[in-house]
Design a protein. Sequence first.
Lengths: 275, 299, 443
Amino acid sequence: MRKRNVTGSVGGRLVVYAYALFLIAPIYFIIVTSLKMAGEVTTNPLGLPEYPIIGNFVEAFTRGNIAKYSFNSVIITGSAVILSLLNAIIVSFCLHKIAHKKIGVLFYAIIMGSMLIPGVGFVTLLQLYMKLHLYNNLLGPILMGATTGLPFNVFILVGFLRTLPKEISEAATIDGCNDRQHLFLVLLPLIKSALATLGIFAFVSNWNSLLGPLILLKNKELFTIPLGLLDFRGTYTVEYNYMFAAILITSVPLVVIYLRFQSYFVEALSGGVKG
Amino acid sequence: MQSSLRKKLSTYKYVLIMLPGLIVWFVLSIWPHLEVFPQAFYKWNGYSPNKVFVGWQNFETFYRSSAFKDGLLNTVLYVLFLFVIQTVLSVFLAVVLKRNTRQNRFFRTFFFLPLVFSSVMVGLTWGYMFDPNLGMLNQIFSALGIKSLESFNWLGEPVRAIFCIVMVHIWANIGYPLTILTAALQTIPEDLYEVSEIEGATSMQQFRKVTLPLLMPALLRITLLTVVTGALAVDYILILGSSVGSANEFDTWAVKIYQGLLGSNLGLPSAIGVFLGAILFIVFLIQYVVTKKVEDSIH
Amino acid sequence: MTIRKQRSKWLVSALCFVLLFSLAACGGTKDETKETQPSTGESASTQEANTEPVTITYSTFRAEDEQIFKKLIDKFQKENPGITVKFDTNKDAGAYYQTLKANIASGQAPDVFDLHPNTNYTDFAKDGVIADLSDQPFVANYQDGPKALTTIDGKIYGFNHAVNLICVIYNKEIFKNHNVDVPKDWNDFVSIVNKLKAEGEGGIAYAGADVKAVWLFNAIANELMSPADYKAFAEGIDNGSIKTIRDNVKIYTALKTLSEYNKQGLLYTNSDGVKYPQSLSLFAQKKAPMVIIGTWTFGTKETDYPGIDVGIFPIPTLEGTQVGYAEPAQISVVNAKSKHIEAAKKWVNFLGSPENATFYVNNAKMTTTVKDVEANFSGADILAAQMEKEVHVFPIFATPNMESYQVDYEEMKTNILFKGADVDKEIAAFEQLLKKADLKNVK
């Protein structure tokens, strides 16, 4: 039993609890608002609802078309994440292999890609996507989501690959592995935690992505959840109660996924590294 | 020699393998946005066939306006606050919550939760927190009897406002660095801690001699990410600021770019974008040099 | 997992995605084929609507009117069997304009779309993006004020559905309790506010965090000058022909009025930090007896200030409280390059006819711009009473060089209103900037 380390200290726990309080205040507000009548949101924004209206959730679900939008979100986000990770794995692996050569500077060129300011290019982007038949169908946001995260993913993965001991790769080469086996059999299990982490990040950022699908999707049937949430904004007045109810409904799957995948990225690396 | 030829070929083999993925990425995600460089030298409203070449005029206009100095200061403040507070907080929380107990897992999930809310939503909610008269923060103060802070105008002064907005940013996004650091902490072998215990190290010393150096690579990576994220962050400032697109006292350069995109001259936000990109490039170079030094010292 | 299982896992997932992609891609192309219908362009005669079915898109940012427009669309489609109207709303104003401009640039713009009455309207008109509607039937029913507003170089390019007054909305009950009435002039106004504050009520709620000094300045300046003069001033600053503000008596008075709002403490505490929903909350919770906001709130009364009996009066200026200020609501325009331009024009005419305009304003609860419209929603009488008196509507003008000075211009007004800055000093500083910017010689 460790007695005097940071993980058990009282000060440490206090900070955690304080931060948890900081975290919960807005969430309390979201939950409380989602149960109110529209007028009460204005007259009593912070208090508990006078008559909690569970019907808000039903209204949000139907008017917000949540079933359909969730379906689109899941397809777009799921595909984007898988493609994104696949691409990141391949690119990172190759970059790692050529890191010592001159052409390894390609890595830095990719990273710099993340510093471009999006926004000005939207007209060109729209025209480009239209020419490639990626406009107003699910493929557009999927590919856009799959490519946007590349610099970040490569950045993390290459860094991770660098920390792996060279002995494993050398042992694999001696055993006569070709590259594909090397990547999939040897390295993949080792970087599982990094992949799970990147996967969660990619999922969350794609799920919440607004501007891309907004520009690329015209057909309301194809909208994702963030686009659907805009339905509750008027020109001046926002229908907070329905919007927050919709948000609570749509956050549930994300929390479930995070819980499910947490085990992957916090488990200590087993066997391979030490042995 | 045959072996050097084979080595050369194998290098290009790898380049070829990643090429398709890279090309798709470049075409779909980079190429349209490269537009920002030539656009800075033109005056264009975004749709008319009428593009006027104006040379450096956009850059000069921006440099001359108060938005240049104020925006730069705000950007620096935002990045500084974000970097310092988020890094310290996430390292601290990651270390405290290191062990895999059920309680720790609960807290980690809980702290990750705000990531699932879109930034628009986060901003709208925190608007209700910060309101000087009816906001939750001030209600708490008045309930606690602190009269002087009852009507505190959180966003009324630029430095204070940026601090608050950065806290909102951290509230929403700490899941990212927290998760990365938690995973990184897992890679530090337990025996190192055991050895230092035997040698009589206190927890503070353990942290400084064992944890910190081995976390350094991950931390450096997070640093670059934090700086770029902070420099490019617009969502929270826009939602907590003016809703009709007016300039706020606490706007960063990135926000000015976004506001400029809705105006009648896309050249101006492009010029700001070029300025910003140049500064980020310099930061990137610095980070590269530092990381190389640190990594070499570890291996 | 064995290699084989891993491989088959990849295979299965790859197959799934191929399937999904082809489904998604098919979904896209189906939409495209619908739009490549034989188009006859602008030379089409009205017979086009009868011979082949046509679909036009109407895009607006007025999400709250969705139900109203659904009913109007149903009626229109019954009266025009060959035409289907697809209704499209994009609520976030920033995103709305970004997508709109991108769509215009790539030839994808909707057939009919709405604009805020800002510079886009003028720019689109001058660039030939929107069609000239001067010869359309609805113009005959157009009131003179809105007609003048939407006329650029003698031509009318859009139908402005309604106008909203931006004024002081007050709580009748609180006024009665303190025995005060609608102010007759500036001094009366200041004494009323001070009396209410002395007796425990708050100041005037104002969404300073969202609108800064813009609403207040625009209202005051336009109440003091005629719209034509204001337009001339704004355009003069923009093209560099006007370099001094000090010499424009009305604008100087407007800035002085802002300064008085600050010095007399007329606004609620910390108004520069109050956002739109919270300004309504203050009024709804009876903490503020008055709120400076638009009469579009009549349409969302149940959310914005439930249960409060309200009255309105114009935003007081140093020169009085008699002239009102209105902002136009959305303007519907027709895409000049629309493939079904005749059908599009029909839709706009439909909206502009007295019968349908009546339906619209009675449900959206705004003041109409069309002649012979009977408004009977609750609050209509209040609006009508004000519209009978003098009301100035914010003019539409183009400011191509706005980005060179706008931030500093707004900062000057904000400093005067919220920071109590000295009017003369701020004006001098701004005029310095104008001189340096040399707007006459900007390309």
